[in-house]
Design a protein around this ligand. Sequence first.
Ligand SMILES: CC(C)(COP(=O)(O)OP(=O)(O)OC[C@H]1O[C@@H](n2cnc3c(N)ncnc32)[C@H](O)[C@@H]1OP(=O)(O)O)[C@@H](O)C(=O)NCCC(=O)NCCS
Length: 153
Amino acid sequence: MPSILGIGADIVKRARIESAIKRWGRRFTDRIFTPREQTYCFKFRDPSLHLAGRFAVKEALFKALGTGWSRGVAWKEIETTNAPSGRPQVAVTGRVKALLKEQGGGEIFVTISHDTDYSIGQVMITRSSSRRATPSPRPLPRRGGEGKKKARR
Ligand SMILES: CC(C)(COP(=O)(O)OP(=O)(O)OC[C@H]1O[C@@H](n2cnc3c(N)ncnc32)[C@H](O)[C@@H]1OP(=O)(O)O)[C@@H](O)C(=O)NCCC(=O)NCCS
């Protein structure tokens, strides 16, 4: 059974995304979200809530990796899409994919939830099955015959 490399969660205020869109428009959305993410979110009456969920997933993934946001990565290298059932799934590319490999990461699991003003994203990463599991420590040699059956007095 795969073990867990890390988990991460983040909460994002919808209004933060909304004001960034008002201020920067597509310069903001195009820098942070992939075309597929934008197409999905802008179908909704309140796109910023769904964009906030995807932003939370991006931050949560860095926490799960244990690296934090690192230099050289692009936000769009983390993409959340939805299966026909609505279930979210995450794919990584570029530098983030390389970081995942470096850390020994395997599968990425994600969940998103929204309320009126906030969205949360939670991510869990399993360890890659191709990476050898850390060997369990060898038992220490016993000292001075300890462990031998004690002679009956
Ligand atoms: C999944 C479900 C429990 C979500 O609960 P909710 O309280 O309405 O909404 P929340 O704000 O907590 O969660 C919304 C998120 O749930 C996730 N979600 C949606 N469907 C999901 C599913 N089948 N499995 C797992 N996660 C799902 C999505 O990521 C969604 O956010 P997003 O649209 O921004 O990606 C609810 O919608 C449900 O029971 N759906 C049943 C499946 C369904 O009706 N599918 C319709 C298409 S076939």
